[in-house]
Design a protein around this ligand. Structure first.
Ligand SMILES: NC(=O)c1ccc[n+]([C@@H]2O[C@H](COP(=O)([O-])OP(=O)(O)OC[C@H]3O[C@@H](n4cnc5c(N)ncnc54)[C@H](OP(=O)(O)O)[C@@H]3O)[C@@H](O)[C@H]2O)c1
Length: 252
């Protein structure tokens, strides 16, 4: 049912984890994907090599900085001369202990907000400008269960950044629908990627799974498939919505 032949999608943080899963599904339904990565070129190359030739293009850039974020958009756009869908997936999950050193606390808040929220807003800005000139387009932003439920005491920075992603997405959906620009969010709970390996190491997997009625951490493909569905344009009137992917661990 999902068909994306002729569509070009930019997936930030497409090199591994959820971004790689989304890339696989998107290419599987015919899309061309710009795989953005931060530092790990090898992972991006391995992913591209595993997919049909000519369907992927690699773009690098640290999203903590405005200039490189701008360059990421321009490089991605230059590949096919247009982008139909932007998937803002890249993100960081680092601790900022409120009871620890103030400078370290503030530095982590700053970094987290830059990568998880400001860069998302900047890329949405570029995308909406581009989409307006091309009759519309789609944005899918990766938020989190933490956007609504909150997170641990030392991950308030993360929860706040992801709450911002929801407010940003809804604002774009409301303002830009008249230009046929659609904006969605997905809100995963724990997903089996390198990002949660640190939590598993710290807390143990039993603790994480006990609150998930489905009894396991979600595979990245569940999120990747949901992103591809939203990116396909099959549900325009769902614009502004957030799809939860958390095994019923948090229902709102
Ligand atoms: N895993 C979960 O349980 C979970 C739950 C809810 C929401 N999420 C969200 O889902 C998204 C993907 O998470 P994931 O679990 O797939 O994470 P991951 O496995 O850690 O992958 C993160 C991706 O983001 C890129 N990235 C990180 N910092 C960057 C920066 N400063 N500049 C450019 N790229 C950067 C990485 O690129 P390089 O490897 O090249 O550096 C990588 O491709 C994130 O927004 C995360 O917050 C994840």
């Amino acid at each position: 049912m999902i068909e994306m032949q002729g569509k070009t999608v930019l997936v930030t943080g497409g090199s591994r984890g959820i971004g790689a899963a989304a890339t696989r599904t998107l290419v599987g339904v015919g899309a061309r994907v710009v795989i953005h990565y931060g530092r790990n070129r090898a992972a991006a190359e391995t992913l591209a090599a595993s997919l049909p030739e000519g369907h992927c293009h690699l773009v690098a850039g640290d999203l903590a900085y405005a200039a490189t974020t701008e360059a990421v958009w321009k490089d991605a756009l230059a590949w096919q001369g247009r982008i139909d869908v932007l998937v803002n997936n890249a993100g960081i999950y680092e601790a900022a202990d409120p009871d620890g050193d103030l400078e370290a606390f503030l530095a982590s808040w700053e970094r987290t907000l830059r990568v998880n929220l400001t860069a998302v807003a900047q890329l949405c800005r570029s995308a909406t400008h581009h989409f307006r000139e091309h009759g519309g387009g789609i944005i899918v932003n990766v938020a989190s269960r933490a956007s609504f439920r909150g997170d641990d005491y030392d991950r308030m920075n993360y929860a706040a950044s992801k709450g911002g992603v929801i407010a940003l997405t809804r604002s774009i959906a409301r303002k830009c629908a008249a230009d046929r620009i659609l904006a969605y969010a997905v809100a995963p709970g724990f997903v089996a990627t390198e990002m949660v390996d640190q939590v598993i190491e710290q807390d143990g997997i039993e603790d994480m799974v006990k609150d998930i009625p489905l009894g396991e951490i979600a595979p990245a493909s569940d999120v990747g498939n949901t992103i591809a569905f939203l990116a396909s344009g099959l549900a325009p009137h769902a614009t502004g919505t957030t799809i939860d992917i958390n095994g019923a661990s948090y229902l709102r």
